[in-house]
Design a protein around this ligand. Structure first.
Ligand code: ADE
Length: 224
């Protein structure tokens, strides 16, 4: 998969791709990425990329010309182009699975009050919200989306790691323990030391149900 990211703050994105799972995926050739600095497409002396909103109001809006030129140079007309925004469709694991099928994805990192609507009309395929809260950095929202998509690309993480996960299974994940057996007086549940696979599965399922009831009863009501 190829991921292109349009941003005014390339270092934020670079750090992500040069660390941990993303870096390994790049090293293995499973993922390629390209960071496009929107400012490189600004034509005036000051490399201006934002301006005040028509109609008034607080904050600044990303101007259409530099961002539009950056999108055209990236092939936005032929590749699925995503703009993370709190006013988009709510993200979900199933949406990540769908996006993981694409060969190329483009992400626009917004800043300030947003981007000119004509850019959305002309180039954006998906406006996606990662939740009902406001971030100041479109880079952080893009990386949340990228991280959830990238780990679904075959080979990036072990296939079995994807099976029992929270949400994919319709329930929140059961508690996990590792050595030592006793930590600060707290024991690992006896059942996990029993070697009885069927009983362990049953215990994990019950724990998942309890946790889901406590924190996400809406998932149970959906009949997932
Ligand atoms: N940019 C700022 N807040 C956001 C959110 N909640 N989702 C996606 N993009 C955002």
């Amino acid at each position: 998969m190829k991921i292109k990211i349009l941003t005014l703050f390339p270092q934020i994105i670079e750090t992500y791709f040069s660390t941990s799972i993303a870096a390994k995926a790049v090293e293995k050739g499973l993922i390629t990425y390209e960071i496009i600095n929107i400012r490189d497409f600004a034509r005036d002396k000051h490399k201006t990329c934002d301006d005040a909103p028509y109609g008034g109001g607080a904050g600044m809006v990303l101007k259409p010309e530099p961002l539009g030129a950056a999108l055209e140079a990236s092939g936005a007309e032929q590749y699925r182009t995503i703009f993370p925004t709190p006013s988009g469709r709510l993200f979900h694991q199933s949406y990540a699975t769908e996006l993981a099928q694409e060969k190329t994805l483009i992400f626009i990192c917004g800043r300030y009050e947003g981007i000119d609507q004509r850019i959305i009309d002309l180039y954006v395929d998906d406006e996606i919200s990662i939740g009902d809260y406001i971030l100041s950095s479109g880079e952080v929202a893009s990386l949340v989306l990228i991280d959830s998509i990238l780990r679904l690309v075959p080979g990036v993480i072990k296939a079995e790691s994807l099976v029992d996960e929270s949400i994919t299974s319709g329930l929140l994940e059961y508690p996990q323990y590792t050595r030592p057996e006793v930590y600060k007086g707290l024991r690992v549940p006896e059942i996990l030391l029993s070697g009885n696979h069927a009983m362990i599965q049953k215990w994990r399922y019950e724990q998942s149900l309890l946790k889901t009831k406590k924190y996400r009863p809406d998932l149970l009501r959906k009949g997932n």
